[in-house]
Design a protein around this ligand. Structure first.
Ligand code: ATP
Ligand code: MG
Length: 502
């Protein structure tokens, strides 16, 4: 036990709960992620409390204090959720767990009286610490030492802990990404994985019981995958996901009352070790992908698009070898887009999200040639997109192009270009130009600088809609600026020409 300086970091509403439990003669500790984050100097997202009070006693204490409790419908054994100062707090009775055939849920749960027993069921040493109301840290498994060395390690034997609960394997990848830690395990070591010259290289790889994922629900897997993709060091977490074979694992989906198997992400496998043209690339296709993900903003559509943007590379019909003997993947973006759609649909993402990601993947190569061809091609492209019918409003198109520029720059920054500041600046400039253009293009007649009322003075009411569409088409095809005076003048000219023709 080490006396700490963290008492002041416990928020007053948490202290209130702890104090009430303590004065009723029970133990009370902050546990898990909050302790880890406080020791790392990070502001915890939420505070969980562990106590030896049984749920009925905890409920009685909440009632005495006038705190509302939320029924978790038996979803989490021994857990009382109290709402204190408008914040929901989980107060969980110390417990032990015994695992059986389920891939995630314990078969047996029992209450226990010792903090150490409760902490021993937790997944990683850095998540298995507790802190009392005075800020004293209780660390039975070397969590503080692992925090200091930035190591992620299971409490007890890793293989066994993963066999108990397969979700912990995915959580391991997510915490590597979230904390930027190195994963370690002392048993079942495998040879190195990855390319030595990259930040993602694993000098030692680990064997995980990935077969156990078969009993995990797709919802749980997806939740962890999405969380992982949104972490600061996602590339490292994804490297562990790939190296341990979790990308190739299978989970299950319940639909219409029965279970079907679903592969997680086996389509990524061939990227590992896939050579690329050394004129542009410093990494193989997998490590390039990881670097591109890490270069990008933490937005789910952008990160999924980058994870899948080169997935078509190296495949038959795409891979070729040029005169210099260098590999190339002409047209890979179209193939990647088709594969991305299949993958995201299999993983049951919402249609709108799939469309967004696929749109980004399909277009990620459009910028590169424009670094040479310039503004004219750019204009033509934006006009075509505006007239494609894909976007409902101009701001939809502007938002899509903004994300596409982010994808393009993250991709570019994962090649030799990252060492060429002026080339990167040209990329950023091109990005700014395209967003500016996209922002200025009307998609819908409501975005024209004139409305139906303004033109109804010039024409019969039943022709207003048709004339607005005429103007929209001319603005979208680039031969009229979207400006009120010009549009009205053009309309007048068009109408008088029609009169003459009659
Ligand atoms: P964060 O909230 O930042 O995602 P966390 O560590 O709080 O991280 P939670 O999923 O909120 O993670 O879980 C709270 C705590 O419960 C963990 O810190 C860990 O001690 C324990 N825990 C959660 N899931 C598991 C699991 N599958 N196996 C063992 N212990 C777990
Ligand atoms: Mg938490």
């Amino acid at each position: 036990m080490i006396k700490g300086k963290y008492a002041d970091c416990i928020p007053p509403y948490i202290k209130k709960i702890m104090h009430s439990l303590l004065t009723s003669g029970y133990q009370a500790y902050v546990v898990g992620g909050a302790v880890r984050d406080l020791l790392l100097g990070i502001c915890p997202g939420d505070f969980d409390i562990a106590t030896d009070a049984r749920p009925a006693d905890t409920l009685a204490i909440c009632r005495q204090n006038g705190w509302k409790t939320v029924d978790k419908l038996g979803g989490n054994f021994g857990c009382v959720v109290a709402v204190v100062e408008h914040t929901a707090v989980e107060i969980t009775t110390f417990r032990g767990e015994g695992y059986g055939s389920d891939a995630h849920r314990p078969e047996q749960i029992w209450y226990c009286d010792s903090l150490q027993d409760d902490l021993s069921r937790r997944d990683f040493t850095v998540n298995a610490m507790a802190m009392d109301i005075d800020g004293t840290i209780y660390d039975y498994f070397g969590g503080q030492q692992d925090l200091a060395h930035k190591l992620l390690r299971t409490v007890g034997n890793a293989w066994q802990r993963y066999e108990e609960d397969a979700l912990r394997m995915l959580r391991a990848c997510r915490f590597v990404g979230q904390l930027g830690f190195t994963y370690i395990q002392t048993d079942r070591l495998l040879p190195s994985f990855g390319q030595q010259q990259t930040p993602y290289y694993l000098p030692v790889n680990f064997s995980f019981p990935t077969d156990h994922c078969a009993g995990l629900s797709l919802e749980r897997v997806k939740k962890e995958l999405d969380k992982l993709l949104l972490t600061e060091h996602a590339g490292h977490g994804l490297m562990l996901l790939m190296s341990t074979g979790l990308t190739d694992a299978i989970c299950r989906v319940k639909e219409h009352g029965s279970y079907t198997e679903t592969a997680i992400l086996p389509e990524l496998r061939h990227l590992a070790g896939l050579k690329q043209n050394t004129r542009f690339h410093c990494y193989d296709a997998w490590e390039h992908t990881l670097q591109a993900v890490d270069n990008s903003r933490r937005d789910l559509a952008i990160r999924w698009a980058l994870l899948l943007h080169d997935i078509g590379k190296g495949l038959p019909g795409i891979r070729c070898i040029n005169k210099e003997g260098q590999p190339g993947d002409h047209g890979h973006e179209a193939k990647s887009a088709v594969m991305a759609e299949t993958i995201l649909r299999r993983l049951r993402y919402p249609e709108k999200f799939i469309r967004e990601v696929v749109w980004l993947v399909a277009r990620h190569m459009r910028f590169a040639p424009m670094l040479i061809t310039g503004r004219k091609t750019l204009l033509h492209w934006v006009r075509t997109e505006a007239a494609s019918g894909y976007f409902r409003t101009g701001s939809d198109m502007e938002a899509a192009f903004t994300k596409l520029v982010e994808v393009f720059l993250a991709d570019m920054g994962a090649t030799h270009a990252k060492n060429n500041p002026s080339l990167m600046e040209s990329g950023r400039q091109l990005g700014r130009q395209v967003i500016e253009l996209a922002a200025s293009y009307p998609i819908h007649t409501s975005e024209l600088a004139v409305n139906g009322q303004a033109i109804s003075q010039l024409c019969p009411p039943h022709t207003v809609g048709k004339l607005l569409n005429y103007l929209l088409q001319r603005v979208q095809s680039g031969n009229l600026p979207n400006d009120k005076e010009t549009l009205l003048a053009a309309l007048q000219k068009y109408l008088s020409k029609q009169q003459e023709d009659l």
